[in-house]
Design a protein around this ligand. Structure first.
Ligand code: HEM
Length: 378
């Protein structure tokens, strides 16, 4: 079973080859002091370091310790290996300044300029109960029970200090983040992650994914910005759409996943190539044409999303979609302009609806003996 190191220059769970499963949780922090917030982050760090090596959340474990106290681990992962567990922590805009402008923890002046409140995008249908949050935890593992165990124990540890605002389970990673992985498929049935930033492209990762001390907030050096979007996909309508239409919406073929301009999966798309009707073979309003770096001043994203199916609605339709997660150095020049263009023009919009949203500053990795985000409070 895979064990990814918890300590290091960057938090794990970003360039780590995407695991199969996700449990993502957003938290609201209660009425606590700055010192209590630091204590919470310290407790979370210690528990996360233990769980990512396959250990229990606490020192006693689920089946020992004081008989008259609740166990310091809930137990459902007791016989399970680490299963590639990574736990990634992030800080939302409201941790720095509340909606009322209150600086609860004395960190408002240290809010990075890149940690903007996301603007309203055309056709956004955001549900308040699935949006925002003071803190986030992304737990990824190849075993769903291990990911759920991590979130469950971290929220148990937070009791009285922070509570879950919303959470999302995901399966079937919708992106490959390493060339060692085959490209998975999203619920539209298309390969997803073909043109993604890959961890092997260290120059691209250094330039476009990791924040830099010179970017403004020195404490964020080696960190990254996470944007999450809960995107409902009306798959029943999609499934009644002709294959030609589906491929024109994506701009790639459904089988091999090569661009409609030809070649194989990893051939660069040729947006200038014209068809018999003298129109571009890759439609200008296709998803790939609109999101490609050539059309976005070179902006790229490290996408790390997951599929979800959360039961069904009253009409017997699956409550399904893509829990989109992207990491980047600066959302102001990466996610926001790309999503603006997609929201305005993407032919895929007929089949998707953004219902949840979050943005978080994910600080650099942790050094042994310290806690996640320590530089923010230094
Ligand atoms: C590429 C699907 C939402 C940004 C792709 C591809 C597919 C896809 C099939 C082509 C394969 C690949 O290169 O990965 C979807 C679906 C979405 C969705 C089903 C929603 C349910 C988004 C959002 C963004 C985004 C919200 C960012 C704002 C990108 C980018 C590429 C891409 C940057 C790579 C384009 C390139 O360089 O060729 N997506 N996507 N996608 N998507 Fe999405």
């Amino acid at each position: 079973s895979t064990v990814y190191p918890f300590y290091g220059p960057h938090q794990a769970g970003i360039t780590t080859p995407a695991q199969d499963r996700l449990h993502f949780a957003s938290f609201d922090v209660g009425d606590i002091s700055r010192d209590e917030l630091i204590e919470l982050l310290t407790d979370w760090t210690v528990a996360a370091a233990r769980m990512t090596t396959g250990g229990s959340a606490g020192t006693y474990g689920p089946a020992s310790g004081p008989y008259d106290a609740p166990p310091d681990d809930t137990g459902e992962a007791l016989d399970l290996p680490a299963s590639g567990l990574t736990i990634t922590f992030g800080f939302g805009p409201s941790l720095f300044t509340t909606a009322a402008g209150v600086d609860r923890f004395g960190i408002a002046s240290r809010r990075p300029a890149a940690l903007v409140d996301l603007p309203h995008f055309q056709a956004d249908a955001l549900v308040e109960a699935q949006t925002g949050g003071d803190l986030c935890i992304q737990a990824c593992s190849d075993d769903p029970q291990v990911a759920v165990h991590a979130i469950r124990n971290l929220s148990r540890i937070a009791f009285g200090r922070a509570s879950i605002r919303w959470s999302q389970l995901g399966f079937g990673r919708t992106s490959s983040t390493s060339r060692s992985q085959v490209t998975p498929r999203n619920l539209f049935g298309f390969k997803d992650g073909t043109a993604n930033v890959k961890s092997e492209d260290t120059k691209v990762v250094d330039e476009h994914i990791w924040a830099n001390a010179a970017d403004g907030a020195a404490w964020m050096a080696g960190g990254s910005y996470l944007v999450a979007r809960r995107i409902r996909m009306t798959i029943e309508t999609w499934d009644r759409t002709a294959l030609r239409e589906q491929e024109n919406i994506i701009g790639r073929t459904k089988g091999e996943g090569e661009p409609l301009s030809g070649g194989t999966e990893f051939t660069e798309p040729n947006f200038a190539m014209k068809g018999r009707d003298d129109a571009p073979i890759i439609p200008v309003d296709s998803h790939v044409a609109l999101s490609h770096p050539d059309q976005n001043d070179g902006a790229v994203l490290l996408r790390r999303g997951y599929n979800f199916v959360d039961g069904n609605d009253d009409l017997g339709r699956l409550n399904a979609g893509l829990f989109f997660i992207a990491f980047q150095r600066d959302p102001r020049t990466q996610f926001i302009p790309i999503q603006k263009r997609l929201a305005a023009n993407d032919t895929m919009n007929e089949y998707v609806r953004h219902v949840g949203s979050g943005i978080f500053a994910v600080p650099a990795g942790v050094t042994k003996g310290s806690f996640v985000g320590a530089e923010l409070f230094a």
